[in-house]
Design a protein around this ligand. Sequence first.
Ligand code: UDP
Length: 236
Amino acid sequence: MMTRQLIYSGKAKDIFATEDENVIIAQYKDQATAFNGVKKEQIAGKGQLNNQISSFIFEKLNSAGVATHFIEKISETEQLNKKVRIIPLEVVLRNVTAGSFSKRFGLAEGIELEQPIVEFYYKNDDLDDPFINDEHVTFLKLANEKEIAFLKEETRRINGLLSAWFDQIGLKLIDFKLEFGFDQEGKIILADEFSPDNCRLWDAKGNHMDKDVFRRSLGELTDVYEVVWEKLQLLN
Ligand code: UDP
């Protein structure tokens, strides 16, 4: 048997090479981290749930005409993705105040924003992923002006799709984080994952149905992710 070559090991996923140099395997781990890895726990079943949820969402985004890295789910915890050169930016979109946005501006959580706001954070663990603006993005040569405009527009378009889907299953999409990458042709496509690890979802009663359950020790992470997964399946 061939041993798989590990290309990259992240906090939530391991990335392996395949025989096709343009394709990688993403394997979702049973690990939850928060506060830049300061809080860390093994949670059985988390990898499988996030692989299911992210595969489902990416398939729907592909069908809706969003260019993504997702090819197919190949096992409980693994998926095939197009290989991309990740842009080291966390592109965050906010519909409602929460988390670091509330803290930064001294606002309560749960205030609906008149216009969704897109933010950039520089993906750099050593620097604690600092909040940056468009000019910093061009200064750091992470993306040019045209590419920045695309990242913002595409993130707003994705927000429209996702918000409508979650709305249909009684969940409010509060905020989320996306990552993009350059594919083999130099085109920017959506990469990484979309799961309750990197978004906030509130139910009608205001319950947190996302990683805040782990960050804030509000309950069992997998119980909540399981509910999100069950609800999502109602969309098909
Ligand atoms: N987020 C993420 N990875 C990060 C930081 C944030 O996926 O390293 C997501 C987070 O789950 C939330 C959104 O981005 O859905 C906004 O997070 P925020 O800036 O409020 O930070 P937090 O309060 O989570 O530290």
